[in-house]
Design a protein around this ligand. Structure first.
Ligand code: ADP
Length: 402
């Protein structure tokens, strides 16, 4: 079964055609900077001789429809259209499913209306996701399409974890609660961890740490998420590339009174000028580590803060879960930064979390383990693959329908 996965953002479209018989990527690519003058298209495929090929082009693409047409042209050039003709489903990443969507949903009028209803909760993402869905409905009539929600894995949170201690009406009338994000990634690595450990998901308690540009932690009991660090929006929780993570909301009142900054400026500062970038000026962990190696005090502080915050969440989720079988590191930083893994686990021996330096710094490809002999918690490094998870969930959804 072949599934086309679409991740349509406000100024970008990523696509990947996956053959689920062997999890092979048949073709993939992305268009970036849509509507920003010069857009950039990259398209990758394997030719008839088995050679990896790539096409890169810059052109003005005014909107998502033009971008989809450019993708279609690239697919024709690479001879991939015939593969698309046999696609069994299209899986769309949708950032916010609100309280209504607790699982992947076959796209029909009711699903589209439901996604539109939660646009107010994710004004930057859901409208773009919907645009992608609507264009694909027109481009591929008759192909079943499925919405896979970033929030869905967290629907199992109990009220004590998802409610905030705020006026009740903020929740009942305005839907303010913890939703959690990165759910597709947490779900994928939790299952991969179970496979790796050769255990049923139901037998395991896990802490999953998605450390990419965005970052979040999840406490997973017996395959079900019971708490997660991102909240009403992806701003809460761990320190991120450019997002602040946990803060005292009262600082906003202070900054507003002190500087006159308006809501949009405050929102933008916390989303795009904070996190690692706020502390040391850059958000790329590789560059920060290089600067830290050269003795840069701001970079050293940024790493200290970043790892300290992860450590606090590990401690909190150990308390939430009671027993932890494994801790899972994933995404760009989790998979690649031995320094962050080591610093985040430092001093947690009493919890059974002990990193082995040689295993942690070995040049291994995930999946691999980094715990010291005698540590009771398995420490796993697992590569995330959100597109594959979306493809699998989309396929399961249409199989469930038929
Ligand atoms: P996104 O959330 O955009 O998908 P990624 O999961 O690709 O992001 O993670 C990007 C982050 O991973 C960046 O901060 C990057 O510097 C970091 N990263 C990638 N490779 C390494 C590495 N070898 N060492 C340290 N950090 C790395």
């Amino acid at each position: 079964m072949k599934v086309l996965v679409i991740n349509c953002g406000s100024s970008s479209i990523k696509y990947r055609l996956i053959d689920l018989r062997n999890d092979r990527v048949l073709t993939d690519g992305e268009v970036q900077r849509i509507g920003e003058g010069e857009s950039r298209l990259q398209h990758r495929w394997t030719d008839a001789l088995g050679e990896a090929r790539q096409l890169a082009r810059s052109e003005a693409l005014a909107d998502h429809e033009e971008a989809f047409r450019a993708i279609e042209a690239a697919l024709r050039t690479s001879g991939s259209m015939s593969e698309l003709e046999t696609v069994a489903a299209i899986g769309h990443r949708v950032v916010h499913g609100g309280e209504a969507f607790q699982a992947p949903a076959l796209i029909d009028d009711a699903t589209v209306a439901g996604i539109r209803e939660v646009c107010a909760l994710a004004p930057l993402h859901n409208p773009a996701n919907l645009t992608g869905i609507e264009i694909c409905l027109a481009l591929f009539p008759g192909v079943p399409q499925v919405a896979v929600f970033d929030t869905a894995f967290h629907h199992s949170l109990p009220p004590q974890a998802y409610r905030y201690a705020i006026p009740d009406a903020w929740y009942t009338e305005h839907q303010v609660r913890r939703y959690g994000f990165h759910g597709t990634s947490h779900a994928y690595v939790a299952r991969q961890a179970a496979d790796y450990l050769q255990q049923a998901p139901a037998a395991l308690n896990l802490i999953t740490l998605h450390l990419g540009n965005g970052a979040s932690a999840a406490a997973v009991r017996a395959g079900r998420c019971v708490d997660t660090s991102m909240g009403f929006t992806p701003l809460e929780g761990l320190m991120m590339g450019t997002r602040c993570g946990d803060i005292d909301p009262a600082m906003l009142f202070h900054i507003r009174r002190a500087t006159g900054a308006d809501m949009d400026e405050l929102e933008s500062a916390l989303n795009t000028e904070s996190g690692l970038k706020g502390i040391c000026g850059v958000n790329d962990m590789r560059e920060i580590q290089q600067r830290a190696d050269a003795g840069d005090a701001a970079a050293l502080l940024a790493i200290d803060m970043y790892c300290y915050r992860i450590k606090k969440y590990i401690g909190a989720y150990c308390a939430v879960l009671g027993r932890v079988d494994a801790l899972v590191f994933t995404a760009g930083i989790g998979e690649n930064s031995a320094l962050v893994r080591q610093r985040a686990c430092e001093g947690l021996d009493a919890l059974g979390i002990v990193v082995d330096d040689a295993r942690n710094t070995a040049d291994a490809q995930p999946p691999f383990e980094i715990q010291a002999d005698g540590g009771s918690v398995r420490l796993l490094v697992i590569a995330t693959n959100e597109e594959l998870e979306i493809a699998r969930q989309a396929a399961a959804c249409i199989e469930g329908q038929s």
